[in-house]
Design a protein around this ligand. Structure first.
Ligand code: SF4
Length: 410
């Protein structure tokens, strides 16, 4: 997508007028978003953006902010790609390389059930069997034809043990997604960026064929055709520029207009990891995260669920709470964030306190948002929807064991 270049500097009054138009119409044009993004250094522009996005959020979501008490199951940390910012993926000969057995999946799920979690995030590397013979043999010895077969069995065990999967297994074919759909409440793939430039030689995605934007857009389209509630998002700070960020958000908006199955969009800052080629890169500033959460809200509109992980901008949580997000995402009382292990989750009680201090109320959700569960039955396998409803309150929020206090679960 070709975007016009930003023109003259904006002062706060001019920024407010552009932002108010976006709040009133429920969307923002690409050239306006880029102009605002290019003027964040000017006094008042960031505050105006956050204020406008907060107003838009309240229009669509009222005073509620949600959180999902989940567990993170990194089914395999082998991956055929080599993104230069990633510390999650391991080589097969690494002492840290690991693929879960079904017994380990069941054990993890039991830990989640015991602490009041309903969502199991199955997150793993992309098709490692393409790159590694040892993984092909590991799968074959256990009767699996592919990593997707393992994911399917892991989803079935997860359901049998009392939790509901949300799978993010990288690129899946439409047939694989179709097989997984009855065993998942929702599925996901971070768009990250639609920049083809970052696939160029020496760039972050040069050795990552699954990060080809066309491949990722196609999977989003196919998830839309299958009516799978889908999570996507924007990854900030991997070398993309403002125009590329805006273009990525515009692509997500376009996908949502055509398929309507994007249940949430995550705005996630990249944290440089010591063991990676990008270890010396300057991390993205917290106030930039606030700005892009706000721009995501204003571009995607008041109805979109916009999420920002609270462990990735811990210095700005009070500000983030009033910047247009309506969801803190998955926060686990059991497992670490395996993608960002250096970034601990905040206690759910402290999230509750700061959400309350922002004039909003924190509510526990399950793996899907209440309005999706209650009002959009066409997006779910009927049996899966029954399971989700059994784990939900009448309002669609997560039902928690009555004996369990927040402190116990946190
Ligand atoms: S695709 Fe994901 S898991 Fe694989 S290297 Fe890239 S960021 Fe890491």
């Amino acid at each position: 997508m070709k975007l016009p270049q930003p023109d003259s500097p904006l002062d706060r009054a001019a920024a407010e007028s552009l932002i108010q138009a976006a709040v009133d119409t429920g969307t923002m044009a690409a050239d306006v978003a880029l102009r605002l993004a290019s003027n964040l250094q000017h006094a008042g522009v960031l505050d105006a953006l956050a204020d406008g996005a907060f107003e838009s959020k309240r229009k669509g979501k009222g005073d509620v902010v949600t959180v999902s008490r989940n567990i993170f199951l990194p089914l395999t940390n082998l991956c055929r790609n080599r993104c230069t910012y990633c510390s999650f993926a391991k080589q097969p000969d690494s002492a840290e390389a690991h693929t879960y057995s079904l017994e380990e999946v069941a054990e993890g799920v039991r830990g989640g059930v015991a602490t009041g979690c309903t969502e199991a995030l199955l997150c793993l590397g992309d098709k490692p069997e393409i790159a590694y013979r040892s993984h092909r043999e590991w799968l074959k010895e256990r009767g699996y034809g592919s990593t997707a077969d393992l994911v399917l069995e892991a989803c079935k065990i997860t359901v049998a043990e009392g939790m509901i999967p949300h799978t993010n297994a990288g690129i899946l074919s439409i047939e694989e997604m179709e097989r997984l759909r009855p065993w998942n409440a929702s599925m996901g793939l971070m768009m990250e960026t639609t920049s083809t430039r970052l696939r160029g030689k020496g760039m972050v995605h040069f050795h990552a064929p699954d990060k080809d934007p066309a491949v990722r857009i196609r999977m989003h389209e196919e998830a839309g055709q299958l009516r799978i509630p889908f999570t996507s998002g924007l990854l900030l700070g991997i070398g993309e520029n403002d125009a590329e960020r805006v273009a990525t958000l515009m692509t997500l908006r376009d996908l949502q207009e055509r398929h309507g199955n994007l249940q949430e969009v995550i705005v996630q800052p990249f944290h440089p990891k010591p063991s990676t080629p990008m270890r010396a890169v300057e991390p993205i500033r917290d106030d930039e995260v606030v700005a892009w959460v706000a721009l995501a809200r204003l571009i995607l509109g008041p109805e979109m669920n916009v999420q920002a992980p609270p462990n990735l901008a811990p210095g700005m949580l009070e500000r983030l709470a009033r910047s247009g997000l309506n969801d803190w995402g998955g926060v686990s009382p059991v497992t670490v964030d395996f993608i960002n292990p250096e970034a601990p989750w905040p206690a759910i009680e402290s999230l509750r306190r700061l959400t309350t201090a922002s004039g909003q109320v924190l509510k526990d959700r399950g793996p899907v948002y209440p309005d999706w569960l209650l009002d959009r039955p066409e997006f779910f396998d009927p049996e899966m929807r029954k399971k989700l409803l059994r784990l939900a309150t009448d309002e669609g929020y997560a039902r928690r064991p009555t004996h369990q206090s927040d402190e116990e679960a946190a």
